[in-house]
Design a protein around this ligand. Structure first.
Ligand code: DAS
Length: 359
């Protein structure tokens, strides 16, 4: 009796109730499926008070709390999170990079995943973004995102950065553009972008400019990446078992060969020389680099000018004569990433140089 009465007096509501799962299912089907892989960093940081925008502990807040902190994400996509690791990114290791890269590849292969977001510390965000840009064989959007202030601070930037990252990860226009970074309303190429300032929300810059912008969840594109990446890359995370030891030696006035010798003794297969100007090498160091090259260590010249500069072959150093490689416009930390990935495929310096021109 009761059910009959109910049915007679509130057929619409009942129908609505019965239909609700179908409507929800329909709505869910209309939205992209985005997975957020959390690794730690400031975006997961916490400070003692709202006034602590720079004094805080990174890698404290878990992915479920991050997602719950931005309920608007559910308007953009069907979002789920995985806590891959919980570290400040200055502590990331090659093994962490491989672990993250393998999980990204598994998700990218899944037909139920339309886009991937990686929350990450800002210190080495640019390295991880470039690494994934080189080795992920997918055209699905992969967005690496961080924040300059912890979520506990006034005017924290992490919520909007994460919202923008999910918006871009779920957008069809972002497909095929390589790994991207959304910080401070801009969409940056994972290859070009680097952290240029450690205390401002407008910290991430690309020497060649951003690719686009995100405003209220909509992305606007102005440029496309020019270098090889993802589907067009000859590298594949599935074929990389480990990453070789590549060291970085910083040059300056009065420099000597101590750091270069130590890196080689520690087993470096390549040394990124961080030169002055056009990747210049002090006359006090040249003989040692020639010796190391003879011993099979690859010498790759980059610059500490404007976070990478533009190092040309045979300009201030006889690279052909010494059999050295130039890092082109890559900053030293990105040159190390490419050198590691490239050395998994070749030991030939001419092949290495081709890769530095193309990637
Ligand atoms: N320590 C920094 C890191 O984890 C904090 C940050 O800026 O994300 O990279």
């Amino acid at each position: 009796m009761k059910t009959a009465v109910l049915k007679s007096i509130i057929p619409g509501a009942l129908a609505l109730l019965l239909a609700m799962p179908a409507a929800q299912a329909q709505e869910a089907a209309a939205k992209p499926n985005v997975v957020i892989l959390a690794t730690g960093g400031t975006i997961a940081g916490a400070g003692a008070s709202a006034a602590n925008s720079a004094t805080y502990t990174a890698a404290k807040v878990g992915i479920d709390q991050l997602i719950a902190g931005v309920p608007e994400l559910s308007q953009l996509a069907n979002v789920r999170g995985e806590q891959v690791m919980q570290i400040a990114s200055e502590s990331i290791t090659n093994d962490n990079l491989l672990q993250l890269g393998r999980r990204v590849a598994e998700l990218a292969d899944s037909k139920d995943v339309d886009g991937i977001v990686i929350t990450h510390g800002t210190d080495t965000l640019e390295e991880t973004a470039y690494f994934l840009n080189l080795v992920e064989k997918t055209d699905k959007p992969i967005i690496v995102v961080g924040s300059m202030r912890p979520g506990t601070a006034m005017s924290a930037d992490g919520m909007l950065n994460l919202y923008n990252a999910v918006a871009v990860a779920g957008s069809k226009e972002a497909r095929g553009k390589g790994v991207l970074v959304t910080m401070n309303d801009e969409i940056q190429s994972g290859r070009d972008v680097s952290k240029m300032m450690n205390i401002k929300t407008e910290a991430f810059k690309s020497p060649w400019g951003p690719l686009g912008m995100v405003v209220e969840g909509k992305s606007y594109w102005f440029r496309l990446p020019a270098k090889r990446h993802t589907m067009d890359s000859e590298f594949d995370i599935k074929n990389i078992k480990s990453l070789p030891n590549v060291g970085i030696a910083y040059s300056y006035g009065n420099v000597d060969d101590t750091a270069y010798k130590a890196l080689a003794q520690n087993g470096a297969k390549a040394i990124i020389h961080v030169g002055t100007g056009n990747g210049s090498v002090s006359s006090r160091v040249v003989p040692t680099l020639q010796e190391l090259r003879k011993d099979g260590v690859q010498i790759i010249r980059s610059s500490h000018v404007n976070n990478g500069g533009f190092v040309l072959r045979n300009a201030e150093q006889p690279d052909d004569k010494y059999d050295w490689v130039v890092a082109h416009d890559l900053n030293p930390q990105k040159a190390r990433i490419l050198a590691m990935v490239a050395l998994t495929k070749t030991q030939d310096s001419k092949e290495l140089q081709r890769m530095f021109w193309e990637y």
